[in-house]
Design a protein around this ligand. Structure first.
Ligand SMILES: [Ca+2]
Ligand SMILES: [Ca+2]
Length: 292
């Protein structure tokens, strides 16, 4: 646990430095995750809600979403809890059982806040009890997760759909049952690759020198990651994929492929490979979506 924490802390420090360095050199990739909070939309009270535009924050919202005002939710329905951000949150328009959010480019889902549509801080017949998120890439169901909604608070939810997707489908437990969502956080796939590569580089830096094929191997490995980052910033996704698959992964794939380090590995313990290999595989998986 301590080791993980130490790595996480070190990672954060290096992330900032590396991001700044690369942001200065290659400003073409947006470096921020996107958190959609709905708070820029004017919601008159009454009625206390509006239809969400079908194109909003670069995403397509269908078939019907609404934006709700917090004071309406509190004063008309006698709830005492607040929306996670600002005065607005989104809900499934008309209480429909299934609504979707789609993007023209792949993204990674991070987190969101959800609550049922409560009254008196409790469940009513129009309150959804459960909410399922399905993540799709094209027609492929990539992952899904279900949460039991609360009626007296918003819950922070990380659905754990870590692969890149282009569509989120939200399904509740029946028509004419409402639920609320706020602060939907997503990361564009390009940025998710960058973050994963930065994490990979920092993880490599923390490997004891004696666990590498020579004591100075950190530098050339780091340079390979840096070169891949540069390709990402320049939009050379196929080159980045080639580098990851045919150069970097090969240095750390023995344990995953055969159960022991192989002759081409630069990382010589399965414990260290187990830290690096999944990160490289994750970067590969996301870049693959970008070159399709
Ligand atoms: Ca909000
Ligand atoms: Ca190998």
């Amino acid at each position: 646990m301590k080791k993980v924490l130490r790595r996480a802390n070190a990672m954060r420090r290096v992330c900032v430095g590396t991001f700044l360095l690369f942001f200065a050199a290659f400003p073409s990739i947006s470096l921020a995750e996107t958190t959609i909070n709905f708070d820029d939309l004017a919601v008159p009270v009454p009625p206390g809600w509006i239809e969400l535009p079908s194109s909003y924050e670069g995403l397509e919202w269908s078939p019907l979403w609404e934006v709700e005002d917090e004071s309406f939710f509190q004063s008309v329905y006698y709830n005492t809890y607040s929306f996670p951000s600002g005065s607005n949150a989104a809900s499934n328009g008309g209480g429909v059982e299934s609504v979707a959010v789609a993007s023209s480019s792949p993204f990674v889902l991070n987190s969101l806040w959800v609550s049922t549509w409560a009254a008196y801080n409790g469940f009513y017949e129009y309150s959804s009890r459960t909410l399922t998120i399905e993540g799709y890439y094209g027609d492929i169901l990539v992952g899904s997760s279900t949460i039991n909604l609360s009626a007296d608070k918003f819950d922070f939810w990380e659905p754990g759909i870590t692969s890149p997707i282009d569509t989120l489908v939200f399904k509740n437990d029946g028509d004419e049952r409402w639920w609320l969502m706020d602060d939907l956080s997503i990361t564009p796939a390009e940025q998710a690759v960058v973050e994963t590569l930065v994490e990979t580089e920092e993880t490599i830096r923390l490997i004891p020198p004696e666990n590498l094929h020579n004591a100075n191997a950190v530098k050339p490995l780091s340079r390979k990651i840096q070169a891949t980052l540069k390709m990402m910033y320049e939009g050379l996704y196929e080159d980045a994929l080639d580098k990851l698959e045919n150069d970097i992964l090969k240095k750390t794939d023995g344990c995953a492929e055969t159960g022991a380090p192989d002759s081409t590995d630069w990382i010589l313990t399965c414990e260290d490979q187990a830290e690096v290999y999944p990160l490289v595989m994750r970067a590969i998986e996301i870049v693959q979506r970008l070159v399709e």
